[in-house]
Write a protein that binds this ligand. Structure first.
Ligand code: NAD
Length: 487
């Protein structure tokens, strides 16, 4: 049985209250560890350590020194790749094939990418005439925000956490991370790597716990946090913005989505079916960029639904280490209850259940896991909650459309605006439609492809701000001007 302690000022420490909660493996529901629950004392200690580190060796480091250290962090993760992989898989139940290709490599890469970004930051300068006939030079410098609070979800724990910690540290900030209560392992393990490669104590801190009345809330309310970066549900983001408003702290919000997938009749059919099936079912549907609303041009609608059904039914649930496993469990029974309530609602509202709709029959101990069937519906009205609310499970509703204008209106009829995936061979149409769909990210004939230098973030209720490449600097640094009168 593992014990997950907080990582504060370079040391693993328990909670003053002695409170702990269980970390369960979603594959079979077994308890794999006990997690210390942080409260105000742990948050205060972590924030104080982070503040002190800003004024210590970390704050005095040059950019090349920081870059070198961040490269070592990436190498340190890769050197313990199998441990990170085992920890992530035990916490999430996701297939090893997925975590070994996506979660862990990207978790390490996030440190290298942002080290490279900070090495190459351009600056600006302006020469001006002064009233006395002399000159002055203005130049801008980027300084770290200070102590950054990082609050993370459970669907891609290491990847999404380092996506924030990487740029925060590259820019010279220090961080206090609150990982999801469901997935405490890899954030804790990263503390060992930080110590091993020589990141000064206090630069990277982790406090475990829940949201309200727990570590999450105390972190957002701490007056000594300078900025808060959050990935999670839109409703949680709103609560965090409320807390950040006290003290006028900037926020970066990567929130929920109800992303439309759009398939035109002229699309490469097999590629579109493959792409939409990944967008709907990958990571058991627990991907903010996934699609739960699919619109297919009427001439190919029936054929498309039939082909998507074949894909869904080919996704065999199974243990993470089995290379034939196509789909893992949901993160928890609580999340499964939520997803199943939508499965029930769809049925009650008269949806045609093309496939799935329930819980698969699993052998032995796996019966205790939070397994669920990939599910496809047709026939629901657009007003249904199943089409309007984010479910975050392996499911989608497929509806036919007839015209470009109609599908643009359908795509935009949502409070969310994270991404879309659009399938057509007509590039003119792709260019025409992309700016009309109110989302932060548009994929044409692809899904989930990302160069990490590009801006990432959502429109409308899907987020505030853009991170990625140089765009992360807007949030993790403050730009200041220096004016020198020299003649
Ligand atoms: P969540 O909002 O329930 O929790 C996220 C984190 O916030 C957890 O660490 C939780 O403990 C903490 N938290 C909860 N309430 C809090 C509060 N009042 N104050 C401070 N912290 C609080 O989200 P989740 O269920 O873990 O993740 C799924 C959600 O994340 C989905 O909505 C998904 O779309 C979204 N998501 C978005 C992106 C993106 O980039 N836009 C990426 C991944 C996930």
């Amino acid at each position: 049985m593992k014990e997950f302690k907080h990582f504060i000022n370079g040391k693993f420490v328990g909670s003053q209250s002695g409170k702990k909660f269980e970390d369960r493996n979603p594959v079979d529901g077994s308890v794999i560890g006990m997690v210390h629950e942080g409260g105000k004392p742990e948050v205060d200690a972590a924030v104080a350590a982070a503040r002190a580190a800003l004024h210590g060796p970390w704050g005095r480091m040059t950019v090349p020194q920081r870059v070198e250290l961040l490269y070592k962090v990436a190498d340190g993760i890769n050197a313990r790749f199998d441990e990170f992989l085992a920890a992530e898989v035990a916490d999430t139940g996701k297939p090893v094939s997925l975590a070994s290709h996506l979660d862990i490599p990207r978790g390490a890469a996030n440190f290298k990418i942002f080290a490279d970004v900070i090495k190459n930051v351009p600056t600006e300068s302006f020469e001006m005439a002064t009233p006395d006939g002399g000159s002055a030079l203005n130049y801008s410098v980027r300084v770290p925000r200070g102590v950054v609070g990082v609050i993370c979800p459970w669907n891609l724990p290491l990847l999404l956490m380092t996506w924030k910690v990487g740029p925060a540290l590259a820019c010279g900030n220090t961080v206090v991370v609150k990982p999801s209560e469901e997935t405490p392992a890899t954030a804790t393990l990263l503390g060992e790597v930080m110590n091993a490669v020589g990141v000064p104590p206090g630069v990277y801190n982790v406090v475990h716990g829940f949201g309200p009345d727990s570590a999450g809330q105390y972190l957002t309310e701490s007056p000594d946090i300078n900025a808060i970066t959050f990935t999670g549900e839109t409703r949680t983001g709103q609560a965090i913005m409320g807390a950040a408003a006290k003290g006028l702290r900037p926020v970066s919000m990567e929130l929920g989505g109800k992303n439309p997938g759009i398939v035109f009749a002229d699309a490469d059919f097999d590629a579109a079916v493959e792409g939409i099936s990944k967008a709907a079912f990958a990571n058991c549907g627990q991907v903010c960029l996934g699609t739960e609303r699919v619109y297919v041009e009427r001439p190919i609608f029936d054929k498309f639904v039939a082909a998507l059904k074949v894909k869904a039914e080919a996704m065999k649930p199974g243990i993470p280490s089995d290379s034939h496993t196509g789909i893992g469990p949901l993160i928890s029974h609580e999340q499964r209850d939520k997803v199943l309530s939508f499965y029930k609602k769809a049925k009650d509202e008269g949806a045609t259940v093309v496939t799935g709709g329930g819980v698969p029959d699993m052998p032995g101990n796996l019966k205790n896991g939070s397994w669920i069937q990939p599910t496809i519906w047709t026939g629901l009205p657009e007003s249904s909650d199943v089409i309007r609310k984010e479910i975050f499970g392996p499911c989608c509703h497929v509806a036919p459309f007839d015209t470009e204008d109609e599908v643009v209106a359908l795509a935009n009829d949502t409070p969310y605006g994270l991404c879309t995936t659009l399938w057509t061979k007509d590039l003119g149409r792709a260019h025409r439609l992309s700016p009309r769909i109110d989302v932060g990210l548009t994929w044409i004939n692809s899904w989930f492809l990302r160069d990490l230098r590009t801006p990432f973030g959502g429109s409308k209720a899907s987020g505030i701000g853009r991170e990625g490449g140089v765009h992360s600097l807007e949030f993790y640094t403050e730009l200041r001007n220096v004016c020198i009168k020299y003649a």
